[in-house]
Design a protein around this ligand. Sequence first.
Ligand code: SAH
Ligand code: SF4
Length: 358
Amino acid sequence: MEIGNEETTVHDALSLTYEEWRKLVVEDWKEPRFRADQICGWIYAKKVFDCHGMTNLSKTLRDKMIYESLVKLPIQIKELKSKDGTRKYLWRFEDGSRVESVLLDHGNHTTACISSQAGCPLGCVFCATGQGGFVRNLTAGEIVGQFLLMEQRLGKNIDNVVFMGMGEPLLNDVNVFKSIRALNHPKMRNLGARHITVSTSGIVPGIRDFADFEVPVRLSVSLHAPNDALRGKLMPVNKRYSLVALVEAMRYYQDRTGERITIEYVLIDGLNDDPQLAFEMAALLNGLGVYVNVIPCNPVDASATGNGAMRNSLKRPAEARIKAFCSALAELSIEFEVRREKGADILAACGQLAGATK
Ligand code: SAH
Ligand code: SF4
C-alpha cells in the first residue's frame, strides 16, 4: 500500500511483503539485495522500527527510508493484565479506529490473539464484537503491528498466533494473507505455518481461497450449531452460506491440505447444548478429520449482545450440561477439549473484545 503525494511515494513499511522490500531496495533505492534482509531483520527480529537505530545501514539508505517509508505502528491506549497472566491491549490507528489484541500465557508457551477488522459486520448474537457493528478492514501492516508490539512488550518471541480477535479474517483475506506471508517468511518473522491459525465463521469462498493459499496455516471453523435453523438464529452469516456449502468447503480444504480442522462450538445454556446436537454434529461432519473446541459461553455486556428475548438467554451452561455434551462427543469418538476462559476478569476471553476501554 502506498501513501503520500505526487512527488514521493511513502511506503507503508509493515504492509510490505519480502518481495516488495526486495524490489524497493534493489530497483528504487539501487542498493544490494541483502539490504532488504537487513531491514526486515531489524523490524521483524529485533523490533527496531526507527531506521536511525538500524546501525548497519548506510546513512544514504537510512535517508531514503526516512523519506520513502513509514512504519505505522498501532498506538497503545491501554494494557490490562489478568490475574491468570493474560494481557489485553487496546490499540488505536491513525483514523481513530480501535481494536484489541490478547496475549495468552500458557506457562510453557504464549499465543497472540490478533484482530483483522475494526468491528465485524457479521453480528453473531453471542459476540460483543459483532454486536458493536463494523468499522473497516485492517491493513496488513495494522495486523502485523499488533503482533510485533506485543512481542516487543513481552521481550521474547511469541510462539503462536491466532486470528481470533475482532473481525472476520476471511472477509479481509487479501490483507490477512499478506500479514501471514510476513509473519511466516524466513527473512521476516519466520513463524512456522503450523503456529498460525485462522478462525472463520464460515465464509465459504474465503475457505476455498485459504485452502489454495501457499502458506499451510491451520483452519478453525466456528460452527456453534449443526443445523441451519439453529445456526441461522445464532449466526446471521449462515443465511448467506448454509451448512451444506460450509461442509463442502471444509472438505475441499482438507483434501487440499490434509490438515485436521478445529471446530469451535460455543456452548450456550438451553440453546445449543443438548447432547443430541453433538450426534447431529457428528453426522454433519462425517468423514472430516476434526478436533472440537467446546467453549462455554463467556459473558458479554448484556446491553451489547443479542436482541430481545435472545439477549437474556445467552448464558454459560451449568457444569453438568457441559459434561453431558462432552460425554456425547466422547461416545462418538470425537476428539475435543473444553476451552477454559482466560482473561475473563479483564474482558479478554473469546467473544468479549469490543474495542473499548473497560
Ligand atoms: N470471526 C471469527 C474469528 C473471531 S471470533 C470467528 O467467528 O471465527 C473467535 C471465537 O470466539 C469464535 O469461535 C467465536 O464464535 C467465539 N466467541 C464469540 N463470542 C463468544 C462468547 N460470548 N463466548 C465464547 N466464545 C465466543
Ligand atoms: Fe464476527 Fe466472529 Fe464475532 Fe461472529 S464471532 S460477530 S464472525 S467476530
